[in-house]
Structure formats: C-alpha cells, structure tokens
Design a protein around this ligand. Structure first.
Ligand code: MN
Length: 495
C-alpha cells in the first residue's frame, strides 16, 4: 500500500493578539516546516499545510473538516506562538482523527547576538505548547507528544511511527473482516466481543458459512488454475511430486483453486482479512495453506481457528509497515528450546505463516497435516531472517481490550529441521526467556500473534493510543515485579 495517498494536516495554533506581521511570519514558518516534513524520506504520508487557526471558530472548523476529509488520517498540531487553549475546547471535543502534538520551534538555536523581544514574541512554543498540552491533558485526550527540532532525525522518526500508526488506524475504520465458520471449539483466547470491537476499533466481523466460500471455489476456471500453477512454479522451489505430470500435481491445482476462490470471495466482499477453522471446512478438499500464506503476502489479515482479533491486527500491522523492508505475519508460539543459556521460542503455525517474512525463496511442498481430516495441504516452507522483531496480541479482558507487545530478537536458524514441513521463526524474547514468557502469560497474551520484522513497540503504542485501549509492553527493561504491578494498576484505571 502506498501511504502517500494519506494526508496528515499540519495545523498551527495562534491568536489575533500578535497582529498581521507576526501572523504572516507564523504562516511562513509553518509552511516551511510542513513542506520539509512532506519532502522528508522519513515521513511516509503527505503532510499538508493548513492555515493558522486563531479563534475558537477557526479551530472548530479545522477539526470538523479533518473529521470528514476522507484522506486525512490525522493532525500534527504546533503552537508557534501562544494560542490560549480555551479556544481549543470546542474543536478538540469533536475531533475524531488522531492527533500528535509536535513540540518544536522554528529556529534550532538561540541567535545569541541578535535575540531581542521581537524574536521572543514570535518564538514562543516553549510556553505556547505547554498551554495547549494542558488542555489536552485536562480533557483526558490521548495523544502523542514529540519534542525536538523539526529537522532532527529522531523527531522525524517519532512522527514517522505516529503517521504509520495513523494509517493502520484509518484502515480499520469501516473495514470488513470475514469469518469462515466459528472459533475453534472450546478455545477461549480467540473469542471476544465483536460488538465492542466494532465500537472501539471501527471494523466489522461477520460470518459466512464455509458453503458460501466453497461455491466460489468450485466456480474457479481451469484456465485461471493453469496460470496460478505456473506462477507457483516461477516463484517457489516446487517439490518433485508437485510438478506437472507428477502424482501430486492435481493437489497443487486444488490448492490453486482454493486460493483463487478465496481471493475472489475477499475481493467481491471488499474484505481486508479473514479467519478460517480447520473444524469447519465442509466441501473443501484441503485446509488453505499456501492460499493463506499468499493472501497474507498480498496484504490481507489472517488469524487461524476463528481468531478474528488477530486477523484484524495482522492487517493493521501490514498497513503500518507498508514500504518498509521486512514483513508482518500471523504467528503462533509453537514450541520451546530450554537449553541453558540459549533459550529459544520456535514460532510457526500448522501452515499459515506469511511469505513476506521468508528469508530467500520458499519451497512449495505437500505433507499430511495430522488434524482436520482433510487431504494433504500444499504449503510454503521457509526460514525467517535474524534481527529485531516483535509479537503483538489483542486480548479481550471483558471490560476492555489490551494490546500486548513483546519485543524479541529473531535469530538465524542453527539447524536444517529437515522433517519440519512448515515455515518457522526462531526468536529470543526480551528481556529474557523466563521474564518475557512469564510476563506474557501474566498479561493473558494469546498463543496467536501478529509478528513483525519492521514495526517497533513505538508504532504499536501509538496505535493503542489512537484506539484508546490499554498498552502493555514487555521489552528490554521489563521487570516482572513491576510489570505485574502495572497490570494491577491498569486494572484499577480501566475499571
Ligand atoms: Mn493456531
């Protein structure tokens, strides 16, 4: 997805007190900053200069316009001068788009030799931004505050993270996710309140009996299967038995039929992601393996076994990470390596790991599944690259949603795993295996996650702020005792 189609509006607050000349300078400076942000390779979205707002009416109108402008995904607010903040109450009360408060100043340095009172009266964000900040805090409004000069790389990095989070948040508004069947029987953590999710997150989740999907799969033409099977052969290393003329080639064709049917179902329904359940595949020959891996590769969200919360989260993470190197995938904590001094998690799923996190060309294979009672599914098998990564999970706590993130370090595969027929990742959780896993379990985090190679906890925190939900981070500095206290305090805060 090209994030440049999204706009964030650069809104500068002031007041009429200063007179025409000063306000002209304020506007010029704002224009310069907005253009510089817009042109920066670090900022993925369009930054649009907006006329300085100087009265309650202008502020209200700006917020109203931002709410209804379809391409506007958020506002960057800056008080170059002093903008008495009671003027902002009306506007902030109706603002529905995310807001970041950029606490910056036009000049980087104090001009020691020439500074006079005119300079002081123009460059007031050091106190003007405090007045604005008070009002947002007084109104209990969640927002990000970024402090630093507007040309500083760290400042740009923080705005980048916020803009990406805003793009993910915007993508959720009005988004449609489809469930093929219900959740896996008796499973708890993949359940959740879909009404509350729609109220809180803006996306809807609706079910289709798998028969609706099967009808589309059965209508796929042989010709389109021919084409897709060729694409498989070009993109992946095909197992010998899957080649044309070999005994399992018909199964590869069946996998292609499933992918084409699902893709067309998702396109026709304008869906951004889906979940399926191996317990409910009536009329399908195989559990979708390569289909789900490639659909995720195309940007669809996916969660296994009816896990619609993770499907939606994976989709948002894909939007947030658009254009960055690395990928985002559905993931599951599968099995552990408890070797002293070298504790590891092996992440995988029965089949459905996104090809966007593959290190090198995946191999396309067919193996029995062992559960589900269906024909052997075709799947992509690959390893994933080493490097910093994270796992994220949205938990329904009954009275609220919690976004839980664990920063991890993916490590290069040390063994070939010749008999493991699925895509997999090895990682070390931060701050260490014992603390990371214990904290995750204390927080009620799911075994399903969105796994990211290109997002940081900053993206996820900004995203949680936009959603107005709890954010809990397990990272390099996490102490289990403090973390448990944080969860307890949050329990009181959200009561
Ligand atoms: Mn699973």
């Amino acid at each position: 997805m090209d994030l440049k189609k999204f706009e964030v509006w650069f809104v500068t607050g002031s007041q009429h007190l200063y007179g025409e000349e000063t306000l002209k300078q304020v506007a010029e400076h704002s224009k310069t900053i907005a253009k510089s942000l817009n042109d920066s390779p670090q900022i993925p979205v369009k930054v649009v200069f907006r006329p300085t707002v100087k009265s309650p009416e202008e502020i209200y109108a700006a917020c109203q316009e931002a709410n209804t402008a379809p391409n506007c995904i958020g506002i960057i607010a800056w008080m170059h001068t002093f903008s008495p903040a009671k003027m902002w109450i009306g506007g902030l009360r109706i603002l529905q788009k995310p807001i970041v408060h950029l606490h910056t100043q036009f000049n980087r340095d104090i001009p020691w030799d020439t500074i006079d009172m005119d300079f002081m009266n123009l460059n007031q964000s050091a106190h003007g931004d405090r007045e604005f900040g008070f009002m947002m805090t007084r109104m209990r409004l969640d927002r990000k505050v970024v402090t630093g000069h507007w040309q500083d790389a760290e400042t740009l990095g923080q705005l980048n993270a916020w803009a990406r989070a805003a793009a993910g948040w915007n993508d959720w508004q009005g988004a449609r996710f489809v469930r093929f069947g219900d959740n896996m029987r008796y499973v708890a953590v993949t359940e959740g309140d879909k009404v509350e999710a729609e109220l809180k997150f803006g996306y809807s989740v609706n079910t289709h009996g798998v028969g609706d999907l099967v009808k589309v799969i059965n209508s796929v033409t042989d010709k389109s299967i021919d084409t897709l099977v060729e694409e498989y052969a070009d993109s992946y290393t095909l197992a010998a038995s899957l080649h044309k003329g070999k005994d399992r080639h018909k199964d590869l064709r069946e996998a292609a039929r499933i992918e084409l049917g699902m893709r067309s179902f998702l396109e026709d329904g304008n869906y951004k992601g889906y979940t399926d359940t191996f317990e409910d595949l009536h009329g399908m020959a195989q559990l979708p393996g390569i289909a789900s891996q490639r659909l995720m590769g195309s940007g669809y969200g996916f969660g296994g076994e009816g896990d619609w919360k993770t499907a939606a989260l994976v989709r948002a993470m894909k939007v947030m990470g658009s254009g960055l190197p690395g990928g985002n995938s559905f993931m599951e904590d599968y099995t552990y390596h408890f070797e002293p001094g070298n504790n590891l998690v092996l992440g995988a799923h029965m089949l459905e790991i996104c090809e966007s996190i593959a290190d090198g060309k995946p191999s396309c294979e067919i193996h029995p599944l062992g559960i589900g009672g269906k024909a052997d599914p075709v799947r992509l098998v690959f390893n994933s690259a080493a490097g910093p990564a994270l796992n994220a999970s949205i938990v329904d706590m009954g009275n609220r949603f919690r976004l839980l993130v664990n920063e991890v370090e993916a490590i290069a595969p040390t063994h070939a795993l010749p008999k493991l027929p699925v895509a997999r990742v090895l990682w070390k959780p931060y701050p260490d295996m014992k603390t990371g896993c214990s904290a995750w379990i204390q927080a009620g985090g799911a075994h399903h996650t969105g796994y990211s190679q290109n997002l940081t906890s900053e993206h996820m925190r900004d995203f949680a702020d936009m959603a107005g939900i709890e954010f809990a981070l397990i990272g390099k500095r996490t102490d289990l005792y403090q973390f448990r206290n944080e969860l307890r305090w949050n329990e009181a805060y959200y009561r």
